[in-house]
Design a protein around this ligand. Structure first.
Ligand SMILES: *Cc1c(COP(=O)(O)O)cnc(C)c1O
Length: 398
């Protein structure tokens, strides 16, 4: 598609406008915008609501942007009422339009393997519905709850643990009546000191809706720690406006866990979004799902963790991919995860080493998996192995 003179001119002239609005646009995204949204201004590109309105959702739009493989083409055509496709133009601009093996693209565009359901897989492998004390509120651990506040996401990950409930029925938001019931439960349960807001992606909601929830939670004296889980800073960094940050900082201590998958996600835009949050005093953690041919190597994970540290995000969890229906092509042997942790620990700073966990099927919660460094006891010594595989005897009289 040729770049039209007029559109080109308009874009060049709004680069400064974009700079005034205080948001980076990388060269790659700029080229994508020119090519696929020639009418858009940089101000529009930088507007998170424009990004959501212009998500790539249907076969026609996807075909315009990507050279779809036969498997991708068939899968999108036959999705029916399964997890929909939704990709923000910004996030699409990070993917290789010609290569179906592009790691980020693999996480967003379905293939027909998604329709292959193995007997070990389930729609709700973590039995979250079983632990739901009121609709949307999962109370599994003694002192903390998972509060699902929306079923809408900016983009839909093909390996989503909550594919059963996100993106469905017109992508409606959970309602206030349901929030009120959850808040009543939390008021009555003084053992809950920690609330994790998730969904869906809570940062796709309007500022005043998020603030309504945060202020209600902060009004409950025994709730100390409020967290939010989101992929928005990675896939829709434009959402992280100064207004949002100014609002969030009123509810400290407020922490954010960001879903990151691949080093290519850590763009100048993402740096800026994370920097704004960090400057607002929000401690940032990351959560990564270990997935085959996306991030299942030491090199890729190490590069991701290093880039996250530079963006002021502290790696928190690597999850074994949950046995969600149709996820066989994404899952890796558990040994792959252990090898990745071994390849990080000691070889780089401990700040770059997340905890590798399996969320136990049936609602057992997150179980940490750690390579074995303790080799046993020899009388008054314990035998330890270091990161290079050398053994050391540590005096530890019984
Ligand atoms: C992951 C999770 C939490 C939070 O666990 P942390 O280890 O504290 O991050 C809480 N409730 C449920 C149901 C979860 O799956």
């Amino acid at each position: 598609m040729p770049i039209q003179g007029a559109a080109n001119h308009r874009l060049n002239s709004v680069v400064e406008e974009g700079a005034d609005a205080g948001f980076n646009v990388s060269q790659r995204s700029m080229a994508f915008c020119r090519r696929h949204f020639p009418e858009a201004t940089i101000a529009q590109w930088n507007d998170w609501k424009w990004q959501l309105r212009n998500r790539l959702k249907d076969l026609k739009t996807l075909e315009r942007v990507f050279e779809l493989s036969p498997s991708e083409h068939a899968a999108v055509r036959e999705l029916g009422d399964a997890l929909p496709v939704g990709i923000t133009p910004y996030y699409a601009s990070l993917m290789d339009p010609k290569d179906p093996q592009d790691p980020i693209r693999r996480t967003m565009i379905p293939v027909t393997n998604e329709f292959v359901k193995s007997p070990v897989e389930a729609d709700d492998p973590l039995s979250e519905d079983h632990d739901m004390v009121v609709p949307g509120l999962v109370h599994r651990y003694p002192d903390r709850v998972l509060f699902l506040v929306t079923n809408f996401c900016a983009t839909y990950c093909r390996y989503c643990t909550r594919a059963r409930l996100v993106g469905k029925t017109g992508e409606y938001h959970f309602n206030f009546k349901q929030y009120e019931a959850a808040i009543e439960y939390l008021k009555a349960h003084t053992e809950v000191r920690d609330v994790l807001l998730s969904g869906g992606d809570p940062l796709t909601m309007a500022d005043d809706r998020i603030e309504w929830l945060l202020s209600r939670l902060r009004a409950i004296p025994h709730i100390q720690f409020i967290r939010l889980g989101s992929k928005v800073p990675a896939v829709l960094p434009q959402r992280i406006t100064p207004e949002l940050c100014a609002m969030l900082r009123k509810y400290h201590p407020f922490w954010l866990s960001i879903h990151f998958m691949h080093p290519a996600e850590v763009t100048p835009e993402v740096h800026q979004a994370c920097g704004r949050l960090a400057d607002a005093g929000v401690p940032l953690g990351s959560q990564t799902v270990l997935t085959r041919d996306v991030n299942d190597s030491v090199d890729t994970m190490k590069s991701l963790m290093h880039k996250l540290l530079m963006a002021r995000v502290r790696p928190y969890y690597i999850y074994q991919c949950d046995p969600i229906s149709g996820s066989g092509h994404f899952r890796t042997p558990v040994e792959t995860g252990l090898k990745i942790i071994e390849g990080l620990r000691g070889h780089t700073t401990g700040y770059a080493v997340p905890q590798y966990v399996i969320d136990a099927p049936g609602g057992g919660g997150k179980i940490p998996l750690v390579p074995e460094y303790y080799q046993g006891r020899e009388g008054d010594f314990v035998v330890l192995r270091n990161f290079e595989g050398k053994t050391y005897r540590y005096p530890d009289p019984v």
